[in-house]
Design a protein around this ligand. Structure first.
Ligand SMILES: [Zn+2]
Length: 470
């Protein structure tokens, strides 16, 4: 494999030298030895992307996502030919998180934080972070690092050292781990390569490669040292200088002015409520739905603390199809849907809001899917509960498990007790779990203040109506 790719690289080098306008002084980058196949990269990335999308709330805004994807596609086309992998599928999604960060997975999936787009001073700075991340993918750094037997931690170890593709982190682990653990940790050598190739890609794509260096300054100025791109990338302070040195050697191909689109997207993002940080997302486990959304059935959170004063559940029910049609459920027609993606709430007016910038619920039901390490329902449920309680010290199990059924399949029911963050009231959290065919854990949660029995009947009806079609 190595010999072949060197040969291809050599061919490409010949091509580069025979092109008169190329910047011949630019640093030449090579692949590292890699015992994994390109298909392994693709498989690992696909698995990791699935996990990522269960953990992180995506910003469901097609305008923003489409814009980021256009920038991403332009960068992908600018990857030097020797690092192009036609088998890779690059795609771009926006995570509704405030940290200045982005990460890309082997084989192409890339996740750009909303905070990164909002912090960048221009499109070039945003593109710089993306070009750096793309470079890790194009250079196949994840599997190269695994080949060396070094710890390559990606979302807590999915792309494990031994090359295990399955067996990602359980929820418990994720809730426990500081967020940085989920992100790629590459050696300094690899980071420098990604900076250099990133600068080259930027120049090819028509961006000023100095903007990649500038982004580090922008992050520092915004006090971003505490989390995000800088801290995931333990790098020497001369990184800024190194990128600028490379940038000085590069000729920018068809320099473009992209700032008008960028300003409009930043303006649009300012209209959303504050995004949670990655640490807050990790602490909240799976409890919260995926961020602001523009879809008609889903709403975003009001800014206020939930009053907890809610209307009696209507006796008329409305049927909803959630999780891309995978689940049907009937819900009192005076409740509304909040969120989609991997966690959906149905809540009455007054029963939800924000507290300390976090979504909070006093009444309602929540459905979601959790990735667990255990194939056994009881152990998977243990693990799920552990992840919830680790994220919230006030939450604890107050009953044994009981066998029940959900959508005609074997399920476990348990009751937890919590102190509501916003109202300070003790609440009862009823949990029912069952397994999906793919081994993931499906959970249904009903929340109401302890002692308020008038929601019990509605919760029972909702759970009884639930149909899973996997
Ligand atoms: Zn990096």
């Amino acid at each position: 494999m190595i010999r072949k790719s060197r040969f291809i690289a050599w061919l490409a080098l010949v091509a580069v030298f025979s092109t008169p306008l190329s910047a011949i002084a630019q640093t030449q980058i090579k692949y590292h030895s890699n015992k994994y196949s390109v298909q392994d990269d693709i498989k690992l990335g696909r698995q990791a992307a699935q996990e990522a999308e269960q953990q992180f709330p995506l910003l469901n805004d097609e305008t923003v996502r489409g814009y980021v994807a256009r920038v991403g596609d332009r960068l992908v086309r600018a990857i030097p030919s020797q690092f192009q992998h036609p088998e890779f599928r690059y795609y771009f999604k926006v995570v509704n998180a405030s940290d200045i960060n982005a990460f890309a997975l082997p084989g192409g999936p890339m996740y750009v934080n909303r905070g990164m787009i909002q912090a960048a001073r221009n499109e070039g700075e945003m593109a710089g972070v993306m070009a750096h991340e793309l470079s890790h993918v194009a250079l196949r750094h994840g599997t190269a690092q695994a080949t060396r037997g070094q710890k390559y931690s990606i979302l807590g170890g999915i792309a494990g050292v031994a090359g295990t593709i399955l067996g990602g982190p359980g929820l418990g682990q994720l809730a426990q781990a500081p967020f940085a653990v989920y992100l790629l940790k590459f050696s300094r050598e690899y980071e420098t390569e990604a900076d250099v190739l990133g600068a080259q890609i930027m120049a090819n794509a028509g961006y000023d490669p100095h903007d990649l260096a500038n982004m580090f300054r922008t992050i520092e100025q915004q006090g971003g040292g505490g989390g995000g791109f800088l801290s995931d990338h333990p790098s020497p302070s001369d990184r800024y200088a190194r990128i600028n040195r490379e940038a000085d050697m590069l000729r920018v191909n068809n320099a473009g002015n992209f700032t008008r689109d960028f300003a409009a997207i930043q303006e649009r993002l300012r209209g959303y409520p504050r995004a949670p940080s990655m640490a807050e997302i990790a602490r909240s486990g799976q409890r919260y739905p995926s961020g602001p959304t523009t879809s008609q059935t889903s709403g975003s959170y009001p800014d206020n603390v939930p009053s907890g004063r809610v209307d009696y559940p209507s006796s008329r029910y409305q049927s909803y199809s959630i999780f891309n049609g995978g689940v049907q459920v009937g819900v009192p027609n005076n409740w509304r849907q909040i969120g989609d993606g991997t966690s959906v709430w149905f809540v009455p007016e007054g029963g939800y809001g924000q507290y300390n910038g976090q979504p909070v619920f006093t009444h309602g039901v929540n459905f979601g899917v959790a990735q667990t390490r255990n194939g056994d329902l009881q152990r998977a449920t243990d693990e799920f509960i552990q992840s919830l309680t680790q994220g919230n010290s006030a939450l604890r199990l107050s009953s044994n498990y009981q066998r029940t059924t959900l959508s005609g399949r074997m399920a476990l029911a348990a009751v937890l007790r919590n102190v509501n963050e916003a109202t300070g009231r003790i609440e009862s959290v009823r949990l029912v779990t069952t397994q999906l065919r793919n081994g993931q854990l499906f959970y249904a949660i009903a929340v109401s203040p302890q002692g308020e029995r008038n929601f019990d009947g509605a919760f029972q009806n909702v759970f009884n109506s639930l149909r899973i079609n996997d």
